[in-house]
Write a protein that binds this ligand. Structure first.
Ligand code: ADP
Ligand code: MG
Length: 654
């Protein structure tokens, strides 16, 4: 007899479970996907002890036929595909027929299900893969799967589970994001009998985002509204022409996260992790954010089922695009376009306005999680280490974190006198002259407000007809447009202008340079010397003509034209630091961007610098010409805006 044996099903299922059921959240994912595939519109998820003790998913979907209730626990038993051909056009979330047997092999599972087509349903109990009980039961239509004591028979796996809070955070994030993918369905999540999330069906994704995250986050987001492109037919591969469509939300560049946990990508409603899309996303934020910051993104890509291969990994979170580079460029372009079209300003909160009640779900959600943390006994293992924290979806744990730097305005006085005039500093808030804004008090017939103006989003166009009014604290430019009052950070604005200019010059050849009267002699450390040798060519192309002069001495003969000679040394130190630090592994492109950003930062007009009206004019005009006028290369906002609506609200006129 040979030595090879076919493994018994029970063992095969446990092996499959190793891949499919990594942690409690994976169980929730598989069960939710089954409910969604079954056409459910109401999904209720109950969890105890972070999912270790209990996970229950109840739906009002099609239910299982009696004959299927046991079959569903066989390996490779599925109702979703029948033949090989189906594998190439999968329209359901599940298709492998692995989830139920896998989960059942590592837990105590109960299935209660009732199909609308039959008078009675089924009740099934399984523990560690062994069927303990099957009986008929009359139930309401739909399916409830209860999973108790996950990994009770796989101690090694149980040991790998993280604290209750960590596992719960994964579950909460998962449910939240499935709820975002299905605004038309209701979702409810309960942990230890406390409600964490409850959303009712709504018509649009925007409304769902509002339900889940509240108005604050929504303000930081740019919406991508169904950008669609035809994919050409490919004769040789026999792929018919099809389409690709992108919609969703991405954050403005000033909203930055330290990790990828706020990036959620869906392809054909399936939550996935994908390097290609991730790359397209970061490419769209290039020049808008520092290399190690990440945006918030909630993106839904829709395409013909034959365009993606979802059969790549047992947990179905990875996919392969058949026309990868086309998809990459399409996504990148759609996102870049949305970012450059987006409002080039953060809106100023007038003062802390009372929050509308409708914003509660988000804070309730986070509050509930917060409470849980305190309730669940402060056992040492429930405390989150910094590494664990970093691993978690940020919005779950730190929802109150202020998303973007904002200018504290408070009672600060505004000097709106044209710069140059000596009208001075007025200690009053009423110094905004309403006349140029052409505001009228609402008349008794209610012909005001003019909605068109009120709702016009500040756009690039608005930036073009900005009318400079003056300078505030020698640091901020004040300007008016049809749609509001603008406050522009003069340093950051100039930085953006110079950054794009230097980068453009670099890409078309050389950066404009000036000869130094006397060469600047730099003493470098051995480490800096290595970097210097490495980036010497790039330095020359960026405007620094240099020469080694002894072992660790460098003579600088010219510098970029925009730089004051006195800044040259510090600038070179900055650049060597970039080369030495983060960007060591990074492309030449990143180095060029880093250099351009350093030059821009050193050369830009500083704050606390009084500017002539002509200079203010020039800055505003140049800013309007830039490609991304809304943030500096490091993602700081360039301008803040009071919309007409904010102003009217502030004066209680609406
Ligand atoms: P897959 O989803 O890959 O088909 P599963 O093991 O997850 O495999 O489920 C097996 C089958 O059980 C499904 O194909 C489906 O027919 C049925 N099923 C599972 N969950 C539900 C549910 N909530 N409602 C209706 N049918 C379900
Ligand atoms: Mg499934």
């Amino acid at each position: 007899m040979g030595r090879i044996q076919i493994l018994p099903d029970e063992l095969a299922n446990k092996i499959a479970a190793g891949e499919v059921v990594e942690r409690p959240a994976s169980v929730v994912k598989e069960l939710l996907e089954n409910s969604i595939d079954a056409g459910a519109t109401e999904l209720r998820i109950e969890v105890e002890a972070g999912g270790r003790r209990l996970i229950r998913v109840a739906d009002n979907g099609s239910g299982l036929l009696r004959d299927d209730a046991l079959l569903a626990f066989e390996r490779h038993a599925t109702s979703k595909i029948r033949q090989t051909r189906d594998l190439f056009a999968i329209k359901t979330l599940g298709f492998r027929g692995e989830a139920l047997p896998s989960i059942a092999s590592v837990s105590r599972l109960t299935l209660d299900t009732q199909s609308v087509e039959e008078p009675v349903g089924s009740h099934v109990e399984i523990a560690g893969g062994k069927i303990l009980l099957y009986e008929e039961a009359a139930l309401p239509p739909g399916t409830t799967v209860t999973v108790r004591d996950l990994f009770f028979n796989v101690p090694a796996r149980r040991k790998f589970l993280r604290s209750e809070q960590t596992e719960l955070a994964h579950i909460a994030s998962l449910v939240t994001h499935y709820s975002l993918a299905h605004p038309d369905k209701s979702f409810e999540l309960e942990h230890n009998h406390n409600q964490l999330l409850q959303v009712t069906p709504v018509a649009t994704l925007r409304e769902r985002v509002y339900q889940v995250f509240g108005a604050r986050l929504l303000e930081e987001l740019v919406e991508i509204e169904g950008v669609r492109r035809e994919l050409p037919a490919e004769a040789d591969e026999a792929i018919a022409s099809s389409f690709i469509e992108l919609k969703g939300f991405i954050s403005r560049p000033q909203f930055q996260k330290t990790n990828r946990n706020s990036i959620f990508l869906f392809v054909n409603q399936r939550l996935i992790r994908d390097k290609l899309l991730m790359h397209a996303l970061s490419a769209a934020y290039q020049n808008l954010m520092p290399p190690h910051a990440f945006p918030f993104a909630l993106l839904f890509l829709r395409c013909g089922a034959e365009e993606v291969d979802v059969n790549v990994h047992p947990s179905k979170t990875e996919i392969r695009f058949r026309r990868a580079s086309f998809v990459h460029d399409f996504v990148k372009d759609a996102l870049s376009e949305a970012l450059s079209r987006s409002r080039p300003a953060s809106t100023l909160p007038l003062r802390d306005r009372p929050q509308p009640a409708a914003e509660l779900p988000y804070s309730e959600f986070s509050q509930a999680l917060e409470n849980q943390r305190f309730q669940d006994a402060p056992a040492p293992e429930t405390a989150l280490s910094p590494e664990q924290l970093a691993e978690l979806p940020e919005f779950v744990l730190k929802p109150h974190q202020s998303p973007a730097p904002r200018l504290a305005f408070g009672d600060a006085a505004i000097d709106l006198a044209p710069s140059g005039s000596d009208a001075g500093f007025q200690r009053e808030q009423h110094s905004i002259n309403p006349a140029p804004l052409r505001l009228r008090a609402p008349d008794t017939h209610g012909s005001f407000p003019q909605e068109a103006i009120l709702d016009a989003p500040a756009s690039m166009e608005a930036l073009k007809d900005l009318r400079p009014l003056g300078q505030l604290q020698d640091s901020f430019l004040i300007a008016a447009s049809r749609d509001g009052l603008w406050i522009i950070d003069q340093h950051v604005a100039h930085e953006r202008i110079l950054f794009e200019k230097v980068l453009r010059q670099r890409l078309h050849g050389k950066v404009e340079m000036q000869n130094l009267l006397l060469p600047l002699i730099l003493e470098l450390t051995p480490g800096q010397m290595v970097q210097y040798e490495r980036i010497r060519e790039e330095l020359l192309a960026s405007g620094f003509d240099t020469e080694t002069f002894g072992l660790r001495t460098v003579a600088v003969k010219s510098a970029p034209a925009t730089i004051r000679p006195s800044d040259t040394e510090r600038l070179l130190q900055d650049i060597l630091e970039i080369a030495e630090g983060d960007l060591r592994q990074v492309s030449l492109e990143d180095l060029q961007r880093g250099i351009a950003a350093s030059i821009a930062c050193r050369a830009a007009i500083k704050i606390n610098t009084k500017l002539e009206p002509a200079k203010i004019d020039y800055l505003i005009r140049e800013l309007a010409q830039t490609e991304y006028p809304m943030s500096c290369p490091h993602g700081r906002p360039v301008a803040l805006r009071y919309s007409i609506r904010d102003i009217l609200r502030g004066f209680h006129r609406i």
